[in-house]
Write a protein that binds this ligand. Structure first.
Ligand SMILES: Nc1ncnc2c1ncn2[C@@H]1O[C@H](COP(=O)(O)OP(=O)(O)O)[C@@H](O)[C@H]1O
Ligand SMILES: [Mg+2]
Length: 421
């Protein structure tokens, strides 16, 4: 006999007439049926394939119905299969015993065909519903756990964002002091050098000590090099200042009303935060970012949230580029270099932001699911499957815009964000 896994009802009875009457009735009602002639036979069959429901006779030779039921209940793999007792003994004691052993119902012989079918139907349905519910509980629990992890992660991010904004703010004063004073230092030094020149002119007689010192410090070289050093310090200071500004722009804590925001500042600060991922590594050259910005007005929005949209899309683009690099050598990648093109455009009453990469692209099947909560093709720990779901919500629900995607497998992906003005 071949073992099929499709659901069936197992009828257990030592009386062949009962078996055939019942199985005829159930089959004509559309059920799949198997039969066992005693308890042992039944237990052996259940072990091979689980029925959806068991109709179990009480009085049978060797292992009787009660014992069969007890053993089914004792086994975690079979305890959830509903058992309906069939008995000629209509007395209360046996009914109670059967039910207390875990049976869900009983049918008394001789059978009323309609009654048997009605009871089987309801318990069959109950079993299905229970299985379904259990499955749903498992799925929901998993989803909840994932969402909880994400929430904790977001909490951490938001705390980190505040910290970063705070640190960036604190850096601003000392760095402002350095940048502001560098010019004064330059002026003072120029004054001192002029003073030396004047001394030289007015007191031209040689003095050994002065000659020694002049040689030692190589005054001519110092005169040439000092302004360069000071310029470098000033550039460095300005660079720290712009990093600090970008950090503050990026982690801008949103108030509950929309504010005017320069989208390009948001994109640039996000790129700066992602700089370490764009830089060249041992495995690949740098990812080139090409920005083609149009002249855009400031838009009313929640800047922090929009930055999160840019971040999620750009981080995905970097992931997709890196995945497309697997198996390729450095110079192969260099030929068709990794790039991200960001374009902005003003259209009638909206702005359009396009972020395109020449990474691995997506199949139609993946593309249809990318905005689903928890959908990810990445390994655990790398992907959460929430980035795009969140980006869509922020773009569409919060800002009344649109977020959509064009992609060709093996060629690349473009995300387009439109925001109303
Ligand atoms: N630029 C892209 N290129 C290719 N696939 C992408 C790109 N952006 C997103 N995807 C696909 O969409 C899925 C969902 O993205 P996302 O919601 O950000 O979750 P995660 O990045 O955690 O997987 C990714 O796992 C990936 O398969
Ligand atoms: Mg992502």
């Amino acid at each position: 006999m071949s073992i099929s896994n499709s659901p069936f009802i197992l009828i257990v009875d030592d009386n062949p007439t009962n078996l055939s009457v019942l199985s005829q009735a159930l089959k004509s009602a559309g059920y799949k049926v198997r039969m066992a002639v005693d308890g042992e036979d039944a237990l052996a069959q259940v072990e091979r394939a689980h029925p959806e429901l068991i109709l179990l006779d009480i009085q049978m030779p060797n292992v009787d119905g009660f014992e069969t039921c007890r053993r089914l209940q004792a086994n975690p793999a079979t305890e959830n299969i509903p058992v309906i007792f069939m008995t000629a003994l209509a007395d209360t004691e046996n009914k109670v015993k059967g039910l207390s052993l875990g049976a869900v119902d009983y049918i008394t012989k001789p059978f009323e065909q309609e009654e048997v079918l009605a009871r089987v139907k309801i318990h069959y349905k109950l079993k299905r519903l229970t299985d379904n519910l259990e499955q749903q509980v498992v799925e929901r629990t998993q989803a909840l756990q994932k969402a909880q992890v994400q929430l904790v992660q977001q909490e951490k991010l938001s705390a980190l964002g505040q910290l970063v904004a705070g640190v960036a703010h604190e850096i601003n004063n000392p760095i402002g002091c350095i940048i502001g004073n560098v010019d004064a230092v330059q002026d003072y030094i120029n004054d001192l050098l002029e003073l030396i020149d004047i001394y030289h002119e007015k007191f031209p007689q040689k003095n050994a000590e002065i000659e020694d010192k002049l040689e030692n410090i190589d005054l001519e070289y110092l005169r040439e090099d000092l302004p360069k050093l000071i310029r470098a310090m000033k550039d460095g200071g300005n660079r720290i200042k712009s990093i600090s500004n970008s950090l503050r722009t990026f982690s801008r804590a949103d108030s509950d009303i929309k504010q005017k925001f320069n989208i390009h500042d948001g994109i640039d600060s996000t790129l700066l935060i992602l700089r370490h991922r764009l830089k060249a590594s041992e495995k690949r050259p740098e990812i080139k970012v090409i920005t083609e910005y149009s002249n855009l007005p400031e838009i009313e929005c929640f800047p922090g949230q929009l930055n999160q949209v840019f971040m999620n899309i750009l981080a995905n683009a970097i992931d997709a580029l890196e995945e497309s690099n697997t198996g390729k050598t450095f110079s192969e990648i260099e030929k068709n270099y990794n790039k991200i093109i960001i374009e902005t455009l003003k259209e009638n009453n909206s702005v359009k932001i396009s972020i395109a990469d020449n990474g691995k692209g997506m199949s139609e099947e993946v593309k249809n699911k990318i905005f689903d909560h928890l959908f990810t093709t990445k390994i655990v720990g790398k992907g959460t499957g929430l980035g795009l779901a969140i980006a869509k919500e922020i773009t569409e629900e919060v800002h009344g815009g649109k977020l959509y995607c064009n992609s060709t497998l093996g060629e690349g992906t473009q995300f387009v964000i439109t925001l109303p003005l």
